[in-house]
Ligand binder design. Structure first.
Ligand code: UDP
Length: 430
């Protein structure tokens, strides 16, 4: 198959840990690679955010990344990218020329708009392309949790629902998302589940282990944004101290790559000042951005990896911890409900509950043998279910379903398919 991935803000080539660079970048990079290894020709289209980026970067014999000029050639926060999706679609359509792909797969709702738009142009030129969509995050969920702090464009929820209904098929990453999609009017028979995966060659139980500063260590990894709940883990550390677990350190990973960068980062400063107020600043390290290659050694050094988001569309970090054989303490939200099995690969805690996090970490620290068993089970689970080759095979099935229902619709000229919905808007998503 010839496949176009559209990932407007999340380039597979970007450094991770910044405000807008995390799981989606990893997902697009690894899924594209795994699909190309299955013999598909994959092109990833992403927005040019630097004038010096080459137009095309070939990263494998069947895999390349194309930087499309759409809006200013500099970093723009993802919530400001909507006005440039028409230009992105135009660039993608132009790059297809006379040889469009079989499938265009949008990642995140704005990429979905660009994918539908490019597919609409191609269809109008007599060359149909099927659109598959993965949202990675949903505006309804974000709005529910962030309320007035949500900086998404005003029309996000409306447009997102339009993308969900117009794409030939939606690929959800977890069961929780399927319920959300249902409440957006997306019929279950148009949804496939293909979770995120983990690089099982990189994230392994054996290999270098970073040395610790204290006898116990917990690690939290994520973009430094409030909803990742790093403050809750700092509060849990204080509770652990009060409960007599005095020799525990917390390493928080993510955010800017340098110490000066961290000094200028408001969330990093908020976390630092919280640690100071709670009297645990001597045991909290804000590490900033960690390169991918260094992540396994860091994760292996932890007694437990704590993931305490308010909500989580999927969450790749627990899989990475499990790959390294480390127990995970996870808020029971979103994708973490599927990935972490309570009492088998880690412990679930209610969201936004520092006392519960502290309790779970204390249980793990108190019984190293049981904790090692959790780690081993986690490793088995990710090997059995979350390799990128398996995820690519699941995604391929979703593509095949999209192609099948696409040809069924074109054979039935009266069918009110997604294509017609878009055509009624002049073949344009925007
Ligand atoms: N990550 C990284 N370095 C950092 C911070 C994060 O490599 O300094 C990686 C992390 O290992 C994971 C991804 O970024 O692969 C974050 O993905 P996740 O799904 O957990 O969260 P998201 O950022 O998508 O909300």
């Amino acid at each position: 198959m010839k496949i176009s991935m559209v990932s407007e803000h999340a380039s597979p080539l970007a450094a991770l840990g910044g405000v807008d660079a995390g799981g989606q970048n990893v997902h697009v990079a690894e899924l594209s690679l795994a699909l190309s290894r299955r013999g598909h020709d994959v092109t990833v289209y992403t927005r040019r955010d630097d004038p010096f980026l080459p137009d095309r970067v070939r990263t494998g014999s069947r895999l390349e990344v194309v930087h499309v000029t759409a809006g200013p050639a500099r970093g723009v926060p993802k919530d400001g990218l909507l006005p440039y999706m028409g230009a992105l679609a135009e660039g993608i359509f132009a790059d297809w020329g006379n040889r469009p792909p079989d499938i265009v797969h949008g990642h995140f709702w704005m990429s979905g708009l660009a994918a539908l738009d490019a597919a609409g142009r191609s269809r109008a030129a007599g060359r149909p392309v099927e659109v598959v969509q993965t949202f990675h995050a949903l505006g309804t969920v974000k709005q529910r949790h962030q309320g007035t702090d949500d900086t998404s464009p005003a029309d996000r929820i409306l447009l997102e629902a339009m993308v969900a209904r117009s794409a030939r098929r939606v690929v959800a990453t977890c069961s929780d998302e399927v319920f959300e999609l249902k409440s957006m009017g997306v019929a279950g028979n148009r949804v496939s589940i293909a979770p995120c995966g983990v690089d099982l060659e990189l994230f392994t139980p054996t290999g270098p282990v970073e040395s610790r500063g204290r006898s116990h260590r917990i690690v939290s990894v994520g973009r430094l944004v409030p909803r990742k709940g790093m403050d809750l883990v700092i509060r849990a550390l204080r509770e652990l101290k009060d409960a007599g677990h005095d020799d525990v350190e917390l390493v928080i990973v993510g955010g800017p790559g340098s110490s000066t960068g961290l000094e200028g980062d408001p969330e990093a400063q908020r976390l630092k000042s919280l640690a100071r107020t709670l009297g645990v600043e001597d045991r909290v390290e804000l590490r900033g951005q960690v390169q991918r290659g260094e992540m396994p050694a860091l994760l292996r050094s932890a007694d437990a990896v704590v993931c305490a988001p308010w909500y989580e569309p999927f969450g790749i970090v627990p899989l990475e911890a499990m790959g390294c054989g480390v127990p995970v303490v996870a808020a029971a939200v979103g994708g973490l409900v599927d990935t972490v099995v309570d009492g088998r690969t880690g412990l679930h805690v209610p969201p936004r509950d520092p006392a519960a996090i502290a309790g779970a970490v204390a249980e793990i620290l108190a019984d190293p043998e049981w904790a090692a068993g959790l780690g081993r089970n986690g490793y088995r689970r990710v090997r059995a279910r979350y390799s990128w080759s398996r995820i690519a095979a699941d995604t391929e099935k979703a593509y095949q379903s999209a192609l099948r229902s696409g040809s069924a619709v074109s054979a039935d000229s009266d069918s009110p398919g997604a294509a017609r919905h878009l055509e009624s808007t002049g073949g344009r998503a925007l």
